[in-house]
Design a protein around this ligand. Structure first.
Ligand code: EPZ
Length: 416
């Protein structure tokens, strides 16, 4: 397994451009299945989760071409409606492909994505919503087959504003002959980007970004070109890298309001933040102040920033409390931070962090995508050398994060 060797203690300073959003790209790539033609996407990040998703589309019979940030997807010869089990297991979020396949072909087969390092990640809300749309579901030892003659439009209320369930129910409703209303829908910016993408292709969706989304079914969608929004979680991660090293960062191609809760918390920590329409600049204090964090669905503090933000609090002045309200097992990475000298106690969904003066470099391993990113951020300021193993988790969701951080003063070496 590959790893990073990081020499800590370097103050980061400089300017970076944020890549395209992983969590907007994945559903939008799935959404191309609804277009019986050729779709061109720009600003798609070059990360492993995208590679897996494109591999599944190829398996389903699509023709896929990817060069740098441009991806061309031709679905005209799509013939298979079954997502392969081994690829489902590799990436839970591939469950949104099911909604798109059902939306176009009215039948799909896939396996339970299964839990991962951050929680059980059930799909009950997806399946309950499908049933509300008249989709018949057969389950048999972990395999799920969905089929319907036509989508029965109607009103669906989500018990929880699940991002994936919202995306899946939009997909299933776009090509239908009636109106579907999703209430208590997820309000994340990635849902807004998905609505923009589908409406550009001729869909009639409104309300994304609010808790009620209306989809008026249409007969077909047209071929389009579309540019993916910037990755707000990468943006927050890079800002935390500058913050923990007492540095300076100018971030370009970012939408500040997508991460305003993170910016407010960085200001509470003592950082000076300036924003314009697509630029954020951060100037960090010598030492951060402790703050308290509670993750909630958008527009609250994002769960995907919980681990990275907690890592900067390990060397803040004072004691911080972090409460993780979205996933039931998203503190696993803190055991690795403790090996670096972090003082963290976990009680259920609450972490209490006593700020240390400095962390020390150690041998650690990444447990999941955002937990791995937290270790990189902590290593930037730790005294001495940190070795991070199993960085495949990090490569799933961050495009060249080592190259980016090195370009502003970090010392990260990749080893295979
Ligand atoms: C999306 O995951 C993101 N992934 C996650 O980012 C993100 O953490 C999450 O939304 C919340 O913002 C992608 O967009 C590819 P959910 P998703 O359905 O859709 C429970 C990252 O690091 N739930 O909103 O899987 C679930 O267990 C990843 O980039 C049910 O109980 O998240 C969780 O506790 C990690 N039943 C909560 O809801 C369901 O049917 C939020 O899940 C569905 C979800």
């Amino acid at each position: 397994m590959a790893g990073y060797i990081i020499e800590g203690g370097k103050k980061l300073s400089g300017s970076l451009t944020v890549s395209g959003s992983k969590n907007a790209s994945l559903p939008i790539i799935a959404g191309t299945i609804l277009i019986n033609g050729v779709t061109t996407l720009y600003n798609v990040p070059d990360i492993n989760d995208i590679k897996i998703t494109l591999k599944i589309l190829t398996f389903l019979g699509c023709k896929v071409h990817k060069k740098n940030g441009k991806v061309i997807i031709d679905t005209r010869k799509m013939h298979n409606h079954e997502i392969p089990h081994d690829l489902m297991r590799q990436m839970r979020s591939s469950v949104v492909l099911a909604g798109a396949i059902i939306g176009r072909f009215k039948n799909a087969a896939f396996s339970y994505p299964g839990g991962c390092d951050i929680g059980a990640r059930p799909i009950d809300l997806h399946l309950k919503g499908f049933q509300k749309l008249g989709i018949k579901i057969e389950e048999n030892s972990g395999n799920i087959r969905c089929r319907c003659d036509r989508i029965i439009n109607g009103k669906i209320n989500l018990d929880f504003p699940s991002v994936g369930a919202t995306e899946n129910l939009i997909f299933a409703s776009v090509l239908s002959d009636g109106e579907t209303i999703i209430s208590n829908a997820a309000m994340e910016p990635e849902i807004v980007d998905l609505q923009k993408f589908l409406n550009k292709a001729g869909a009639k969706i409104s309300g994304a970004g609010t808790s009620e989304i209306r989809i008026i079914g249409v007969k077909k969608l047209n071929e389009i070109k579309y540019t993916i929004m910037p990755d707000r979680i990468e943006a927050g991660t890079l800002l935390c890298g500058a913050a923990i090293t007492g540095g300076f960062l100018e971030l370009k191609n970012v939408i500040p309001e997508h991460i305003s809760p993170v910016l407010h918390k960085l200001e509470e920590c003592g950082c000076k933040i300036q924003t314009s329409n697509r630029v954020i600049t951060l100037e960090a204090p010598k030492r951060l102040q402790a703050v308290d964090i509670k993750t909630t669905p958008y527009p609250g503090f994002p769960t995907d920033m919980q681990s990275v933000f907690l890592s900067i609090l390990t060397v803040a002045k004072g004691t911080s409390v972090v409460i993780e309200n979205i996933f039931e097992n998203r503190f696993k990475y803190t055991n690795e931070l403790k090996r670096m000298g972090a003082k963290i106690t976990i009680e259920g969904k609450t972490a209490v962090i006593k700020g240390a003066k400095k962390l020390c470099g150690a041998q650690v391993k990444s447990t999941d995508l955002r937990g791995g990113a937290a270790l990189v951020i902590a290593a930037l300021s730790a005294k001495g050398i940190t070795k991070i193993d199993d960085i495949e988790h990090i490569l799933r969701g961050y495009e060249k994060i080592d190259v980016k951080l090195n370009s502003i003063g970090a010392d990260i070496k990749l080893y295979k």
